[in-house]
Write a protein that binds this ligand. Structure first.
Ligand code: ZN
Ligand code: ZN
Length: 132
Protein backbone atom coordinates (compact mmCIF):
# COMPACT_ATOMS: atom_id res chain seq x y z
CA UNK A 1 0.00 0.00 0.00
CA UNK A 2 1.18 3.52 -0.79
CA UNK A 3 2.05 5.67 2.20
CA UNK A 4 2.42 9.44 1.78
CA UNK A 5 3.98 11.82 4.24
CA UNK A 6 3.60 15.50 5.00
CA UNK A 7 4.96 18.05 7.44
CA UNK A 8 5.01 21.70 8.43
CA UNK A 9 7.67 24.22 7.41
CA UNK A 10 9.79 23.77 10.56
CA UNK A 11 9.33 19.99 10.74
CA UNK A 12 7.86 19.93 14.26
CA UNK A 13 4.67 18.30 12.97
CA UNK A 14 4.58 15.37 10.52
CA UNK A 15 1.93 12.91 9.40
CA UNK A 16 1.30 9.85 7.22
CA UNK A 17 -1.59 8.91 4.94
CA UNK A 18 -2.26 5.29 3.97
CA UNK A 19 -3.48 4.48 0.48
CA UNK A 20 -4.47 6.62 -2.48
CA UNK A 21 -6.43 9.85 -2.39
CA UNK A 22 -8.71 10.71 -5.29
CA UNK A 23 -7.56 14.31 -5.76
CA UNK A 24 -7.42 17.82 -4.35
CA UNK A 25 -10.41 19.99 -3.44
CA UNK A 26 -9.86 23.74 -3.60
CA UNK A 27 -12.24 25.95 -1.65
CA UNK A 28 -12.36 29.55 -2.85
CA UNK A 29 -14.85 30.81 -0.22
CA UNK A 30 -14.13 34.11 1.52
CA UNK A 31 -13.17 32.34 4.78
CA UNK A 32 -10.62 30.10 3.05
CA UNK A 33 -9.19 33.04 1.12
CA UNK A 34 -8.66 35.02 4.33
CA UNK A 35 -7.38 32.04 6.32
CA UNK A 36 -4.83 31.10 3.65
CA UNK A 37 -4.00 34.65 2.61
CA UNK A 38 -4.18 33.31 -0.93
CA UNK A 39 -6.70 32.08 -3.51
CA UNK A 40 -8.22 29.47 -1.17
CA UNK A 41 -7.55 26.26 0.72
CA UNK A 42 -6.36 23.16 -1.12
CA UNK A 43 -7.23 20.01 0.77
CA UNK A 44 -7.28 16.23 0.61
CA UNK A 45 -10.19 14.48 2.28
CA UNK A 46 -8.79 11.44 4.11
CA UNK A 47 -10.79 8.96 6.22
CA UNK A 48 -9.61 9.13 9.86
CA UNK A 49 -8.44 5.53 9.95
CA UNK A 50 -5.99 6.24 7.11
CA UNK A 51 -4.36 9.28 8.77
CA UNK A 52 -1.86 9.34 11.64
CA UNK A 53 0.52 11.78 13.22
CA UNK A 54 4.20 10.83 13.20
CA UNK A 55 5.14 13.67 15.53
CA UNK A 56 3.94 17.00 16.86
CA UNK A 57 0.28 16.04 17.19
CA UNK A 58 -0.13 18.41 20.14
CA UNK A 59 2.25 21.08 18.84
CA UNK A 60 -0.60 23.14 17.46
CA UNK A 61 -2.81 26.14 17.95
CA UNK A 62 -6.43 25.85 16.87
CA UNK A 63 -8.50 28.91 16.07
CA UNK A 64 -12.24 28.27 16.31
CA UNK A 65 -13.57 31.06 14.16
CA UNK A 66 -17.10 29.67 14.19
CA UNK A 67 -18.62 26.30 14.98
CA UNK A 68 -18.20 25.08 11.43
CA UNK A 69 -14.84 26.67 10.67
CA UNK A 70 -11.58 26.14 12.54
CA UNK A 71 -7.94 26.52 11.53
CA UNK A 72 -5.09 24.55 13.08
CA UNK A 73 -1.50 25.79 12.72
CA UNK A 74 1.90 24.66 13.90
CA UNK A 75 2.77 26.42 17.15
CA UNK A 76 6.30 27.24 15.90
CA UNK A 77 6.05 28.05 12.18
CA UNK A 78 2.35 28.76 11.64
CA UNK A 79 1.91 26.29 8.79
CA UNK A 80 -1.78 25.37 8.42
CA UNK A 81 -2.07 21.64 9.02
CA UNK A 82 -4.79 19.00 8.92
CA UNK A 83 -8.10 19.92 10.47
CA UNK A 84 -9.48 17.18 12.70
CA UNK A 85 -12.86 18.54 13.72
CA UNK A 86 -14.87 16.25 11.41
CA UNK A 87 -15.85 12.88 12.90
CA UNK A 88 -15.20 10.84 9.76
CA UNK A 89 -12.53 12.65 7.75
CA UNK A 90 -9.32 14.59 8.20
CA UNK A 91 -8.96 17.64 5.97
CA UNK A 92 -5.29 17.60 5.01
CA UNK A 93 -3.76 20.80 3.63
CA UNK A 94 -2.39 19.65 0.26
CA UNK A 95 0.58 22.03 0.29
CA UNK A 96 2.07 20.24 3.29
CA UNK A 97 2.58 16.95 1.41
CA UNK A 98 6.21 15.87 1.08
CA UNK A 99 5.54 13.09 -1.41
CA UNK A 100 3.82 13.33 -4.81
CA UNK A 101 0.07 12.77 -4.79
CA UNK A 102 -0.23 11.26 -8.26
CA UNK A 103 -3.52 13.13 -8.77
CA UNK A 104 -4.55 16.66 -9.67
CA UNK A 105 -7.38 18.95 -8.67
CA UNK A 106 -10.71 17.12 -8.36
CA UNK A 107 -13.00 20.06 -7.61
CA UNK A 108 -13.22 23.81 -7.08
CA UNK A 109 -15.73 24.91 -4.42
CA UNK A 110 -17.44 28.27 -3.88
CA UNK A 111 -16.27 29.55 -7.25
CA UNK A 112 -18.80 32.39 -7.04
CA UNK A 113 -16.64 33.78 -4.21
CA UNK A 114 -13.41 33.34 -6.13
CA UNK A 115 -11.12 36.40 -6.14
CA UNK A 116 -11.24 38.24 -9.46
CA UNK A 117 -7.45 37.97 -9.73
CA UNK A 118 -7.56 34.16 -9.43
CA UNK A 119 -6.88 33.56 -13.12
CA UNK A 120 -3.96 33.91 -15.53
CA UNK A 121 -3.60 37.01 -17.64
CA UNK A 122 -3.14 36.09 -21.33
CA UNK A 123 0.53 37.09 -21.14
CA UNK A 124 1.22 35.48 -17.76
CA UNK A 125 4.82 34.34 -17.33
CA UNK A 126 5.49 30.81 -16.10
CA UNK A 127 8.88 30.21 -14.48
CA UNK A 128 10.20 26.89 -13.22
CA UNK A 129 12.01 28.77 -10.47
CA UNK A 130 12.28 32.33 -9.24
CA UNK A 131 13.45 34.52 -12.16
CA UNK A 132 16.69 36.47 -12.09
ZN1 ZN B 1 6.12 23.91 12.19
ZN1 ZN C 1 -13.80 27.54 2.17
Amino acid sequence: MTVRTGSCLCGARAYEIDGDVDGVWICHCSLCRKASGSNGNSILIVPRERFRWLKGEDHAVTYALRSTYTITRCKTCGTPLPAEVDERNIYVTAGTLDTPLGKGVKAHLFCASRADWDRDEPDAHVFDERPG
